[in-house]
Ligand binder design. Structure first.
Ligand SMILES: Nc1nc2c(ncn2[C@@H]2O[C@H](COP(=O)(O)OP(=O)(O)OP(=O)(O)O)[C@@H](O)[C@H]2O)c(=O)[nH]1
Ligand SMILES: [Mg+2]
Ligand SMILES: [Zn+2]
Length: 225
């Protein structure tokens, strides 16, 4: 009896992941470093992006793709700060996917950018499940949310390249156990870079912006070789 050979496809990419690869290729073709910023609503994504622009605008050209269910409030804030900005209204969808990001980055002038920051929809559950094609992803936690969030939303903390803990100016007013928070993050994502910051006082923002600048510089260096 003839043996029928069954073809084995080792890595089957979902439609989303295929588009994420295409997004990455488009960014790379333009030597643009992509960052996906995720957090729950109101943790300080837009504030941090605008503060990052203020610190890096003399050395890098920054763009922003903002995902929100409605309004252009956040993209307007970024544009006012001098960034190329595009707003994606997801029409009720609670995360960005690679299709939406593809449309977003195609409406930016990528040749005029070094760094493209995606502000994901405020949500601590599903954004982590959708690859977008960025080079790194960053999670922002904030003090008022409580120190137990890594334990309660572990997938969001697992894959990220950096964790920002924002609103440290309000630490005196909340029972936020920083050791407990750090322990949870470390358990899920050992050795991940973390940045305690305050957009209110500016504390910690230089360290974050310097680190991000180094990531972009290293990327552009390797792209030039
Ligand atoms: N005290 C304090 N307030 C902050 C800080 N950062 C941001 N905020 C405030 O927190 C609120 C939300 O900040 P945003 O930057 O809009 O947060 P976001 O994550 O972009 O919000 P969504 O896009 O709606 O999910 C605003 O009222 C900010 O002024 C901070 O470091 N300290
Ligand atoms: Mg925002
Ligand atoms: Zn969702």
């Amino acid at each position: 009896m003839d043996v029928i050979k069954v073809p084995v496809v080792e890595e089957i990419l979902s439609a989303n992941d295929q588009l994420a690869v295409a997004n990455r290729e488009l960014l790379d073709a333009n030597k643009v470093f992509g960052v996906n910023i995720m957090s729950s609503p109101g943790s300080g994504k837009t504030s941090t992006i605008v503060a990052t622009q203020e610190r890096l605008k003399d050395s890098l050209r920054l763009g922003m793709v903002d995902g929100d269910i409605a309004t252009t409030i956040d993209a307007d804030r970024a544009a006012e700060a001098g960034m190329q900005a595009v707003q994606i209204n997801t029409g009720g969808n609670c995360h960005l996917d690679a299709v939406m990001v593809s449309q977003g980055i195609r409406s930016l002038k990528l040749e005029d950018l070094d760094l493209m920051i995606i502000e994901n929809v405020g949500n601590l559950i599903c954004p982590s499940s959708f690859k977008l094609g960025t080079h790194i992803s960053v999670l922002i936690a904030s003090v008022p949310e409580g120190a137990d969030k890594p334990y309660k939303y572990p997938p969001m903390y697992r894959g990220v390249d950096a964790v920002i803990i924002n609103k440290i100016d309000v630490l005196p007013y909340f029972d936020f156990d920083m050791d407990y928070f750090v322990k949870g993050v470390e358990m899920l994502n050992p050795g991940v870079k973390s940045f305690p910051i305050s957009n209110k006082t500016g504390e910690g923002l230089d360290a974050w912006a310097d680190w991000l600048y180094e990531q972009v510089a290293a990327y552009q260096q390797s792209a030039a070789e």
